[in-house]
Design a protein around this ligand. Structure first.
Ligand SMILES: [Zn+2]
Length: 425
């Protein structure tokens, strides 16, 4: 499974090197821990696997692996699930990772909505709640609402589901690792001084993680969606704003100070409208949902017969009209594709990524957006192959919340001591 962070099977072989030449007792302990972590991750990746296969993949002896597995069987993460096919001797006992051993909460906060997903340890959504809300203007109400949605998800979890493992948050701004529970006041001025997590971690007694929403969309696509197995791609989220999560060599690229991916603030027309960032003509001033609504209104006089002339258009009405072929709505979405394609072509010329996955609310336009977008990118890339494939997300509006939950899973697979019941070895 190329591209799946955090530990590749190759790294599973690091354990033996350090454990083979044991020095001080703490080195032996650290080597044993790394090997045990690698064994758990192998079981997760393969879903079902025998001790012999783990021994082969890690290069460690059967007795060492049996020892590790005995520890794992004390937890609720792994169980023995019958016998496999024999290759000559006794039939091997199959070990199985228990996807329902724990549940994870993933939260997606956008400018105008809050969503919460409850997932198992394999990215399956067990419960989902979302609500339209003025997140930008109402910090206290938003924090109360996300708490309510998390409670609702937990209340509707299946009886067989295990304990909560952690909570992941997707935030619509760069996330400062030093204060992850803050939204940049430059993006949402009303949130100055307001904390996001609302004491949820303390209340549930679990760790809480936060990451930029587009980065989490990329994580979800890489683990469960259109970019599964891709090492070099970009997830583009087009909603109220425009953001990107860039995956390079299998890892989310955060840049020198952690704020890479602000696609919406690439200038595509220097004489364009002013942007919240202080610049003019940023991509977000042409492609964000508010920009599209404003553009549709400005074109109404030229298209008196448009479906959109009947009532004050909002973004959903514009998308519906574009999908129905309404000339005004199509003109608006074609323009958006032109500007988005201009910015993406610049990135493709520079980066030569393998694919682009388009998510966010505008992705529901499907080919209505993607066809002119591909054309715009292709016409502006120097080498045809740099244009790459461009597809809509298959995870739809759930990608960020699912990515937030996956962020927690990634952390726990990298350090299984985060799983309740796994003791520090
Ligand atoms: Zn800007």
């Amino acid at each position: 499974m190329r591209g799946f962070p955090p530990v590749s099977p190759q790294r599973a072989g690091e354990g033996p090197t350090s454990a083979a030449a044991p020095g001080r007792p703490q080195e032996r302990t650290a080597g044993r821990r790394r090997l045990a972590d690698a064994v758990l991750e192998l079981v997760w990746r393969h879903k079902t696997i025998s001790r012999a296969e783990i021994s082969r993949l890690t290069g460690r002896s059967r007795s060492t692996i049996s020892d590790m597995v005995a520890d794992l069987l004390q937890t609720d993460l792994v169980r023995e699930a019958g016998s496999g096919r024999s290759r000559g001797g006794r039939r091997p006992v199959i070990l199985e990772f228990r996807d329902h051993a724990h549940v994870i909460l993933g939260v997606d906060m956008g400018a105008t909505h809050v969503s919460a997903a409850l997932t198992d340890l394999r990215g399956r959504v067990l419960a989902w709640h979302d609500r339209i809300h003025d997140v930008r203007g109402d910090p206290e109400g938003s924090v109360a609402l996300l708490s309510e949605l998390c409670e609702a998800c937990l209340a509707s979890r299946p009886a067989s589901a295990g304990e909560l493992l952690g909570i992941g948050f997707g935030l619509p701004s760069p996330v400062d690792p030093a204060s992850p529970d803050r939204i940049s006041p430059r993006v949402f001025p009303a949130w100055r001084g307001q904390r996001v997590f609302g004491g949820l971690g303390e209340r549930f007694g679990v760790p809480v993680y936060a990451e930029n929403d587009a980065n989490l969309g990329a994580v979800a696509e890489q683990w469960w969606g259109k970019a599964a197995g891709s090492d070099n791609f970009m997830y583009v989220k087009v909603g109220t704003g425009v953001g990107a999560g860039i995956v390079l060599n299998g890892e989310v690229f955060r840049g020198a100070t952690g704020v890479a991916g602000e696609l919406g603030h690439i200038v595509v027309d220097g004489s364009g409208p002013p942007c919240v960032c202080g610049s003019r003509g940023c991509l977000a001033t042409f492609v964000g949902t508010r920009a599209l609504v404003a553009r549709a209104k400005s074109l109404l006089r030229r298209h008196p017969d448009s479906i959109l002339a009947a009532a004050e258009p909002d973004i959903v009405a514009i998308e519906d009209a574009a999908l129905a072929g309404d000339p005004l709505a199509v003109a608006v979405t074609d323009e958006a594709a032109h500007y988005l394609g201009t910015a993406l072509a610049g990135i493709m010329n520079l980066m030569n990524l393998g694919s682009i996955v388009v998510g966010g609310s505008l992705a529901r336009l499907g080919e209505r957006l993607l066809a002119p977008l591909r054309e715009a990118v292709l016409s502006r890339t120097l080498v045809g192959s740099a244009a790459c494939t461009i597809d809509a997300s298959s995870l739809g509006p759930r990608s960020v919340a699912l990515g937030a939950a996956t962020h927690v899973l990634v952390a726990a697979l990298a350090d299984p001591r985060l799983f309740p019941g796994v003791e520090s070895r």
